[in-house]
Design a protein around this ligand. Structure first.
Ligand SMILES: O=C(O)COP(=O)(O)O
Ligand SMILES: [Mg+2]
Length: 228
């Protein structure tokens, strides 16, 4: 899809690393969990590379201190409920909406675009976080990590949103930050614009060839048509 001044019928927006810098809360919970397990804390810089595939995968990565690989099942069975309980109570206090996000979404709405959120974060954490940060009411639909049988990079959550809102996937746009967003968008036949500032497991998102890369949501008018 040519990306100069497009007019998508639906814009889907990722959450962690795109709308909200959620790592401070996630890293707090990872480190508190590690302390309860008598294991070494991991710190914010490491957690930044592990976000994007849901909280279960984040917990697994924290336990092995690596992006790839799996912990012992017994350790995971002990750790995961600890993480879930911590994140339930530490979901938004330390997290911030990125500069330009609210202005960018308001520009989209003012120009007649329909917007929805598609994240790999489980719904029990997604909805309170969006609400606490004053973002929930912008979205016509929120598709969370446990809404569909598959998460991004599978195209299912994107296609689910398009179908629910009656949009043609070939005329939809995804805004994201990670290789999972690029892969899901390509597989769903969506356009994809990525944020330069997000989380991509320590890799430059440009290496995954999104249609464009932006430093701020304020750049949206460079790529999308304004209302005639
Ligand atoms: O890893 C998560 O829990 C969610 O990540 P996402 O919002 O970037 O899809
Ligand atoms: Mg993300």
């Amino acid at each position: 899809m040519a990306i100069s001044k497009i007019k998508p019928e639906l814009v889907l927006i990722d959450l962690d690393g795109t709308l909200i810098d959620s790592v401070p809360d996630l890293a707090y919970c990872v480190d508190e969990m590690m302390k309860q397990l008598d294991m070494p804390v991991r710190g914010e810089a490491a957690v930044r590379n592990w976000v994007g595939n849901g909280v279960q995968r984040l917990t697994e990565r924290a336990l092995i201190n690596a992006v790839e690989g799996m912990p012992e099942q017994q350790l995971m069975d002990k750790a995961y409920p600890i993480f879930l309980e911590l994140y339930k109570h530490n979901n938004s206090q330390r997290s911030c909406v990125y500069d330009g996000v609210k202005q960018g979404i308001e520009w989209l709405l003012d120009n007649g675009y329909r917007v929805a959120c598609v994240t790999n974060k489980a719904e029990a954490f997604t909805l309170p976080l969006l609400k606490a940060k004053g973002l929930l009411d912008y979205f016509e639909l929120v598709v969370s990590g446990d809404t569909c049988a598959e998460k991004k990079p599978h195209p299912m959550p994107l296609l689910h949103a398009a179908e629910k809102l009656g949009a043609n996937p070939a005329n939809c746009l995804m805004l994201g930050d990670s290789r999972s967003d690029v892969k899901a968008a390509r597989a769903a036949d969506f356009g994809i614009i990525c944020m330069s500032y997000g989380y991509n497991h320590g890799e430059d998102i440009r290496d995954y060839n999104p249609d464009a890369v932006m430093d701020s949501f304020m750049e949206l008018p460079n790529y999308l048509q304004a209302k005639a």
